[in-house]
Design a protein around this ligand. Structure first.
Ligand code: GCW
Length: 710
C-alpha cells in the first residue's frame, strides 16, 4: 500500500504537466551522459556570482535553476567565494581573481555587452565590463552545457556584432497580431500595469539568453493610443521588468498622433506646434521610462500617414522625431517599406524614394529595410538599398513570422534564407562588400547598427505555434550576436537545447531543418517566382489572382505568365530595376543564360522552351522543381516519423500532424500552380510525374475565409 502511494507520488509530477514546449530552449534537463556530467561538476562547484543588483539576482536564479536541473542536485549560488568555489562570475572589477585573468585589450574588445569566459583546471571564470555582459556570458556557458560541449580549456572573448538586436511585434492594442500565427498578443494591455503575467518574465529571460536587447511592442500599422498616458504607464511596467535583462522597449509612432490624440489640426513635421507636441510627448515618455529606446515608424506606406501628406520627405519626418528623442539618446528607425504607385515596378519604389535622401537623415536615425525589394517572399534578391545609401545606417528587417512561408503550419527554418541575403555581395565598395557588412556598420563605419526580426510570438502555450518556429526566434538573437555563425551551427545548438542531444536525432533533425527552406521554395515559388499567394491572408496559392484594385497587389503582376513565357523582365528591355544595383551585381543577373536560376524569373521573362542548365526546358524545369518540392516534404515527413523514440509524444505528435498539413499544402501548391501556368505554356506535365488529381477549376474555387493573422 505504502509503496504504491510512493510510486504514485513519484509518477504524478511527471504526468501532471505534459510537454507543451513552453520552456523553449531553456530546459536544463538532467545531463544523461555520466562522463560529461562528472566533468562538468568539477567546473561549477560552490558557484559564486558577485554583485547585488537586480541583474545579478536574475543571474543567480538562472544559474541555480540551470545547475540544479542539469546535474540533478540542488545548487545554491553564493555571493562571496568559499574555498571550494570553482565557478566565479562577476564584472571584472568585482574581484581580483576576475581582473587577473583578463587583459585591458580584451576588456576594450568586449565593450558594454560582451563577455569573457576562461577556464583553468577546476575553475570557470566569467567576466565582463557590465552585469549585462556577465549575464550574456552565463547564458553562453549554459548553452555549452546544455549542448554537451567541452567546458574546459575555454578562452572565449565575445562581443555582439550588432548594437541593436530587436524584435518587432506587430501586436495591436486589442491583442490581435498582424500576421501572427501563434494566438493573440502576449501583451495583456487591459490588465497592465497592475497585473504582471509570468510570461513577461519568461519572455525577457528567453530574449536575454540569445542576446536580444530591444523590443518594439506595437504594430507598425500604429495606433496613437499607445502614446497616451494610461498606455505609457502600461509600457513603463514592461520596461521596468525588462530593464534588468538588458532589454529596452521601443514603440511605433503613428505620424498623425498629434492630430488624433493631441487635438492639433496638422501633423506637418515642419510646423512648430507639431514639433513642440512631439517634444513634450517624448519628455513625458522619458519621465516614465528613462531608457526608452525610441520609435519605429511606418509612414506613407499601405495607408499609413506620413510626412508626404504635407509634401515633406521621409527625412523631414524622421528628423523631426529624431530631434525630439536626441536629448535622451533615443533613436528613430524609419522604415523603407514603401510602394506608392508612381513607379512602373514595385521593386524600384523604395530605392527611388530613399536613395535621394541619403545623407539627409539625422545621426540618430536608421533606415530599416526589409531584406528584399518586395515583401518577405520565400526567396528575394537583396534590396538594392543595401550598399546604395553609404551615408545612412541601414537596419535589416527580417520577418520571423511566416507570413509567406506557410504561416503556422509549415516547418521552415529561416536561417539559410537570412544568410543567403547577408552573404550576398553588394559590391558597393568593391568585392567583399556583403550585405552583412553594410548592416553591421563595418563597411561604412557606423557604430549605430542593427537587425530586427518581425516577431513570431503569441500567447500559444509554446509561444510560436509551430514547435519549430521557436528556432527562428532563437536564430534572430544568435545571428544578431554573430552573423558569421553557420545555419548548421545554429540549428545544432537549438535542437540539442530544445529536444535532445542524441546524435541520431540531432543529425536527422538538423538535415530536415537545413533542407526545409529550399523545400518550401520548390513547392511554392521556384526559379524566382514571387508573390503568388492568396489575396489578403496569403495562405495558399492564387497565381491567377487579378481582381484587386492595385495591380501590384495581384499575383499576375508578379509572374506575368503569357503564351511566350513567364517572369518579370527587370533588365533594360523591361523595367530596368537592375540598374539600382552596382554594375557587378547587374552583370550577374542581366544575362538570361547566366542569371542564377534561383532568381531567374525575378529578372527575366523567360520563354517556355528556354533551355535551362539541366538541359530541360523552362516548363519541364518548373515541373521538376514543383515535384521535387513535394517529394522533399514527403521525405521530411518520413524522417520525422522515425523520431518518435527520441522525444516526448506531445511535441512529436504536434510536429507530425503539422507535417501532414504541410504535405497536403505542398501538393495543393504544386497542382494549382502547374495547372494554371500550363494554360499559358500549353505543354504537358512530363509523363514520369503523377498527374494532378483535381482540375484547375477545383483549386480556383478553394476559399479560405478566415486564415489567422489577417
Ligand atoms: O508584409 C506586409 C504585410 C502587412 C505588413 C506590411 C509591412 C504590418 O502583409 O501586414 O503590415 O508588410 O511590413 O508594413
Amino acid at each position: 500500500m505504502r509503496k504504491g502511494l510512493l510510486i504514485i507520488f513519484i509518477i504524478l509530477p511527471a504526468l501532471s504537466r505534459a510537454e507543451d514546449g513552453y520552456d523553449l530552449w531553456l530546459r536544463y534537463n538532467k545531463i544523461s551522459n555520466t562522463a560529461i556530467l562528472s566533468q562538468y561538476k568539477k567546473q561549477i562547484n560552490s558557484p559564486v556570482v558577485f554583485g547585488s543588483t537586480q541583474t545579478v539576482a536574475i543571474i543567480r536564479t538562472e544559474l541555480g535553476r540551470a545547475f540544479s536541473g542539469l546535474t540533478g542536485t540542488p545548487f545554491r549560488i553564493l555571493s562571496s567565494i568559499d574555498k571550494a568555489s570553482s565557478f566565479i562570475a562577476g564584472i571584472s572589477t568585482s574581484s581580483a581573481i576576475l581582473s587577473s585573468i583578463v587583459t585591458k585589450d580584451e576588456l576594450i574588445r568586449i565593450g558594454k555587452e560582451g563577455f569573457i569566459i576562461k577556464t583553468r583546471p577546476g575553475k570557470t571564470i566569467i567576466t565582463a565590463n557590465t552585469e549585462i555582459g556577465v549575464m550574456y556570458g552565463v547564458f553562453h556557458f549554459l548553452r555549452l552545457m546544455q549542448t554537451y560541449q567541452p567546458i574546459t580549456g575555454l578562452s572565449i572573448v565575445s562581443a555582439p556584432k550588432l548594437k541593436l538586436r530587436l524584435l518587432n511585434h506587430w501586436d495591436n492594442l486589442n491583442r490581435t497580431v498582424e500576421r501572427g500565427y501563434a494566438g493573440f498578443s502576449i501583451w495583456d494591455w487591459h490588465k497592465l500595469p497592475d497585473f504582471i503575467d509570468k510570461r513577461y518574465v519568461d519572455y525577457a529571460r528567453a530574449n536575454a539568453s540569445i542576446g536580444i536587447n530591444g523590443t518594439v511592442l506595437t504594430n507598425v500599422n500604429a495606433n496613437a493610443v499607445i502614446l497616451t498616458k494610461p498606455y505609457l504607464e502600461k509600457v513603463k511596467a514592461l520596461a521596468d521588468l525588462f530593464r534588468p535583462y538588458g532589454i529596452k522597449v521601443y514603440l511605433t509612432a503613428r505620424f498623425s498622433a498629434p492630430i488624433e490624440i493631441g487635438k492639433l489640426r496638422t501633423a506637418d513635421p515642419i510646423n512648430d506646434t507639431v514639433q513642440l507636441w512631439w517634444q513634450q510627448k517624448v519628455k513625458e515618455i522619458y519621465e516614465l521610462i528613462p531608457d526608452f529606446g525610441g520609435f519605429l515608424v511606418k509612414a506613407n506606406s499601405e495607408g499609413q500617414p506620413g510626412p508626404q501628406d504635407y509634401n515633406r520627405t521621409h527625412a523631414d519626418g524622421a528628423n523631426m522625431l529624431a530631434d525630439a528623442v536626441a536629448p535622451f539618446n533615443g533613436i528613430v528607425m524609419w522604415r523603407a517599406f514603401v510602394y506608392s504607385q508612381t513607379s512602373n515596378d514595385r521593386f524600384k519604389q523604395a530605392y527611388e524614394e530613399f536613395k535621394p535622401l541619403d545623407g539627409k537623415f539625422k545621426k540618430n536615425v536608421l533606415v530599416q529595410v526589409k531584406n528584399g525589394p518586395i515583401d518577405f517572399q520565400p526567396r528575394e534578391p537583396f534590396s538594392p538599398l543595401f550598399g546604395a545609401m553609404k551615408q545612412t545606417p541601414l537596419m535589416m528587417e527580417f520577418q520571423l513570422t511566416q507570413e509567406y512561408l506557410g504561416q503556422g503550419t509549415h516547418l521552415v527554418f529561416e536561417v539559410p534564407m537570412f544568410k543567403e541575403v547577408l552573404n550576398t555581395d553588394t559590391y558597393s565598395k568593391g568585392k567583399g562588400s556583403t550585405v552583412a557588412k553594410v548592416v553591421d556598420g563595418s563597411l561604412d563605419n557606423y557604430s549605430l547598427n542593427g537587425m530586427a526580426g518581425v516577431s513570431n510570438i503569441g500567447n500559444d502555450i509554446n509561444w510560436c505555434g509551430h514547435p519549430f518556429a521557436q528556432a527562428n526566434w532563437y536564430s534572430l538573437g544568435r545571428l544578431c550576436w554573430d552573423h558569421g555563425l553557420s545555419s548548421a551551427q545554429i540549428a545544432d545548438e537549438w535542437i540539442r537545447q530544445t529536444f535532445s542531444n542524441d546524435k541520431s536525432f540531432v543529425e536527422t533533425v538538423k538535415k530536415i531543418m537545413l533542407q526545409s527552406h529550399e523545400t518550401l521554395v520548390n513547392y511554392m515559388t521556384p526559379l524566382g517566382l514571387t508573390h503568388i499567394m492568396y489575396n489578403g491572408h496569403h495562405y495558399g496559392p492564387m497565381p491567377w489572382g487579378n481582381t484587386l484594385n492595385r495591380p501590384d497587389w495581384n499575383p499576375v503582376y508578379y509572374h506575368k505568365a503569357d503564351s511566350i513565357g513567364i517572369g518579370f523582365d527587370r533588365t533594360p528591355t523591361g523595367t530596368n530595376a537592375l540598374a539600382q544595383y552596382s554594375s557587378e551585381v547587374q552583370r550577374q543577373y542581366d544575362d538570361i543564360d547566366k542569371c542564377p536560376e534561383d532568381y531567374l524569373l525575378w529578372f527575366h521573362h523567360v520563354p517556355w522552351k528556354h533551355k535551362m542548365k539541366s538541359g530541360r526546358t523552362l516548363w519541364d524545369e518548373l515541373c521538376y522543381k514543383y515535384y521535387t518540392g513535394v517529394d522533399s516534404i514527403k521525405a521530411i515527413q518520413q524522417q520525422w516519423n522515425k523520431m518518435n523514440k527520441y522525444i516526448d509524444p506531445e511535441r512529436f505528435g504536434h510536429v507530425a500532424q503539422l507535417l501532414g498539413i504541410q504535405v497536403k499544402d505542398a501538393i495543393w501548391w504544386r497542382n494549382a500552380c502547374l495547372l494554371y501556368f500550363q494554360t499559358f505554356s500549353k505543354m504537358p506535365i512530363p509523363a514520369q510525374y503523377e498527374k494532378p488529381d483535381k482540375t484547375l477549376e477545383y483549386y480556383q474555387n478553394i476559399r479560405i475565409l478566415y486564415a489567422p493573422g489577417n
